[in-house]
Design a protein around this ligand. Structure first.
Ligand code: GS8
Length: 218
């Protein structure tokens, strides 16, 4: 029986983008279902009753939740184009950095558009600091894992299409502070699996403006 794979997703979600990239890297045929997060489908509520969040991967009727967990599951189930290293130490390191992206990049990036004034100045500084840490980890390597595109790249690259929104809201330039990281992002964008999975920066910015209105930030 052929595998039945469905992704419950929402177009601006960097978490969903991770899964889209991994599916594309591995060439996995799947159905993409766009969710309305203000009116969640019964399927989403049934498949992710705990968090009620996208992304959710449904593989032959069984749900897998949490983006990094989904990417790892895809990697373990479809061996082609491996994303995680096989060496236990390298594997642990890759997971450490993906976790750092979740704990820091996501939170600080969001703060840049959710705040104003002093608070935003601090958020911008902290966000750049944290990207500089990632840039330090990248060093002179082509990708985070070395010569091939892998797990840490997948976990971070979705935020690249959010940079324009952060920069426009905060009036700063990521490239001015982190040129090597932006060069890495451009390298990743040369891969079709990445370019076709990320949203357009302008659309993300318009989405952020909408969120700001909703949260009465602007
Ligand atoms: C985060 C998913 C998430 O925040 C992961 O998959 O890695 N740790 C999770 N999903 C959001 C949309 S993207 O910001 C979501 O589904 N929100 C709906 C809600 O909170 O009701």
């Amino acid at each position: 029986m052929a595998d039945e794979v469905t992704l419950l997703d929402f177009w601006p979600s960097p978490f969903g983008m991770r899964c889209r990239i991994a599916l594309a890297e591995k060439g996995i045929k799947h159905e993409y279902k766009e969710e309305n997060l203000r009116d969640k489908s019964p399927l989403l509520l049934q498949m992710n009753p705990v968090h009620k969040k996208i992304p959710v991967l449904i593989h032959n009727g069984k749900p897998i939740c949490e983006s990094l967990n989904i990417v790892q599951y895809l990697d373990e189930t479809w061996k082609v184009s491996p994303l995680l290293p096989t060496d236990p130490y390298q594997r642990a390191q890759a997971k450490f950095w993906a976790d750092y992206v979740d704990k820091k990049v996501y939170e600080l990036g969001s703060k840049v558009w959710k705040t104003k004034g002093e608070e935003q100045e601090t958020a911008k500084k902290d966000f750049i600091e944290c990207l500089k840490v990632m840039e330090g980890e990248l060093g002179d390597k082509t990708y985070f894992g070395g010569e091939t595109f892998g797990y840490v790249d997948v976990s971070l690259i979705p935020w690249y299409c959010w940079f324009y929104a952060f920069e426009t809201c905060g009036n700063f330039s990521v490239e001015a502070s982190c040129p090597k990281l932006v060069a890495w992002a451009k390298r990743c964008m040369e891969k079709e699996s990445v370019s076709k999975s990320l949203a357009e920066p302008q659309k993300i910015y318009e989405f952020v403006l909408l969120l700001q209105k909703m949260f009465r930030i602007a």
